[in-house]
Design a protein around this ligand. Sequence first.
Ligand code: ATP
Ligand code: MG
Length: 243
Amino acid sequence: MIQANNLCKVFKDKKRGEVRAVDGVSFECKSGKVFGLLGPNGAGKTTTLRMLSTALKPTSGTAFIDGIDVEREPQRARKRIGFLSGNTGLYGRLTAREMVRYFGRLYGMQKDVIAERIDKIFTLLDMHDFADVRNDKLSSGMKQKVSIARSVVHDPPVMVFDEPTTGLDVMSSRTIVGFIKQCCNDGKCVIFSTHIMSEAARLCNRVAIIHKGKLYADGTVHEILSSSGCDNLEDAFIKIIGE
Ligand SMILES: Nc1ncnc2c1ncn2[C@@H]1O[C@H](COP(=O)(O)OP(=O)(O)OP(=O)(O)O)[C@@H](O)[C@H]1O
Ligand SMILES: [Mg+2]
């Protein structure tokens, strides 16, 4: 599971001075649950997810993945995380299958285990049709699926997805939502960021709303709706960050 304790990240920017991108954010996501991180553009979602997945060091605060301190033992923590970042690049000259296999090898997995894992993920993400097509010939939705497959090839218990469905059509989004649900049913802990409130409402056991680096709300969708007095998450979101 994931624990974030008072996470802060301050960037020093020449033009803007100190940017408090994440400012004292704490939350917990449990195994077998999906946690949604919601917030407007620039809220600090990506920065938070990058700190959880060891890509970025917190300025202060701590984060634990399955009890492992991400700052003290980044390598151990990393093995337990599948991280989909917004700007993951793919090797254009490799096929989808070769790309995912390559990352499996980097994780030290055996060939037959990788092949089995690829078959399972490619089925869940509906990727078999383009499994042997070069990445540079794939559409953006197909590329996104390859990135997701790549990030979870090692079957990590914790999955961190930064906007997994942004820019995708309804079908691809549904497939990815189904994939996240399946991961959750398999006992994984999934945290993902999104701007799509209906998706968060459908998928998440808990959501956190962040704005200007600060946590504005954290709870089940039901709790957020009743405390804000709204009947849908979009209205609740606007009300909470507007206040
Ligand atoms: N490397 C960096 N250097 C300086 N400032 C940064 C850096 N990365 C992020 N920021 C700033 O931190 C703040 C939070 O950015 P972040 O990318 O975490 O937001 P976000 O919630 O993911 O937004 P979006 O929905 O647009 O993806 C922004 O003000 C951004 O400009
Ligand atoms: Mg972002």
